[in-house]
Design a protein around this ligand. Sequence first.
Ligand SMILES: Nc1ncnc2c1ncn2[C@@H]1O[C@H](COP(=O)(O)OP(=O)(O)OP(=O)(O)O)[C@@H](O)[C@H]1O
Ligand SMILES: [Mg+2]
Length: 507
Amino acid sequence: MDVELRGITKRFGPIVANAEIDLDIRAGEVLGLLGENGAGKSTLMNVLCGLYTPDEGNIIIDGKPVTFDGPGAAIAAGIGMVHQHFMLVPVFTVAENAILGIEPTKQVDYLDLAAARQQVNEIGDRYGLQVDPDARIEDLPVGTQQRVEIIKVLVRSADVLILDEPTAVLTPQEVEEFFGIVRSLRDAGKAIVFITHKLDEILEISDRITVLRGGRVTGYGDPKTLTEQRLAEMMVGRPVRFDVDKAPYNPGDLLLEVRDLTVLRANDEIAADHVSLEVRSGEIVGIAGVQGNGQSALIEAITGLHRPVDGTIIFDGQDITNVSVRARHAMGMAHIPEDRQRTGIIGDFTVAENMALNSYYDERYAKGMSIVWPAVATHAADYVADFDVRTPSVHAKASQLSGGNQQKLVVARELSRDTKLLIAAQPTRGLDVGSVEYIHGRVVAARDEGDGVLIMSSELDEILALSDRILVMFKGRIVAEFDASKQPVDRNAVGLAMAGSAPRAAA
Ligand SMILES: Nc1ncnc2c1ncn2[C@@H]1O[C@H](COP(=O)(O)OP(=O)(O)OP(=O)(O)O)[C@@H](O)[C@H]1O
Ligand SMILES: [Mg+2]
């Protein structure tokens, strides 16, 4: 099935998210869709999947113009979308999620779960997408949840699959497996639209590339001849640096001391197992690891979101093991949480309100017991400008921002305060290359000014680019440490440790 988008324009009030966009999507091809944060990629795909009605333009399927009055119509036409933010019901099983809204019934109104299970298994076998149909979503790693999202689309027999940043939360190994699945779908004749900010991925997986900027198509590319540098320039309109400039390593006082910390998961399994680490002023410590090896729990314990069952956390000379999140914050701890929509922002609050979310009581925003709203707006406007958060105004709701701009909002809030220690989990998730360059610059500047930084990322390249020391977590423990302060660390050695196959390295 081939799809043509012709002259698509989509406005939100005064904002033109898509302006006269033409796009060709062909059976048996992967179309890479690239563009900076807020360029209009998700909006365009939401038009194609029937969620938004375009203000102008046509959707043409196999030569015939169609109109969709909702997602149901697009699904019926064979168009399926995996959204940028997961839409699975955590307490339902894989099979239950797969058939949500199109439940097969037996006799009158009896849910036929056996049929659903069988469908999940058949699709799994056909495309190499195996998942246990009876597993509950909340118990599955994100990589597997991503598969379920795709199964959900395939159960609805989609011929066109739109994948909006499907790899943003995947580890390199998961990405490789995922690409295998994408190729098998393509070879089976499906048309695939693939959105990502990772330029190496788009070059590897796409057959053709289309670039958007400011709501318009600004370029086309052939992945066989394009380079990452050139792609970056097409996206953001200027050359982008991929490496990071740092002052020489000159660590100061001990800022954070974690001793024998043990943290449990909700099901009482051990997530972090007697972990000890230190962060000094003026250094960036990176935690590398395959997702699910305890990094998230460790970070949540340090930042106060999760109570450890054993061990101590000392910050700036004080035992903070049991103090509140707010007390940690007041002592100068900043936290970029890994899931912006769950713990980073409140979608129904404005950009300004979100900027002041965890410090509305500090002197920037409050006078006595009351919040000075004009001050909140003024500060927010400054931070929005500094971090290039693309929003019509600081009074727009955060949920109306593009995914990457929501991320920039969280990072801006946490980096625009006078802090001593930054705990950053997946700080650049979903950011375009230009924004990654800027945020990395700010993190290094914080370190050069004497902050301590603890950064956790599933992007090994990000860990390698930023860290002075690298710790590798595997099965809840720190299994290796690398000194990156003088010379670059061997990527392979870190990768091996992440897979649990290296002895504790001396240096
Ligand atoms: N529901 C909405 N209401 C108002 N404005 C919106 C809405 N959805 C998107 N926008 C605006 O439309 C523009 C394009 O957003 P879109 O989400 O399509 O960007 P994107 O290219 O997917 O970016 P990202 O890489 O950050 O995901 C942005 O300026 C955004 O703020
Ligand atoms: Mg998007």
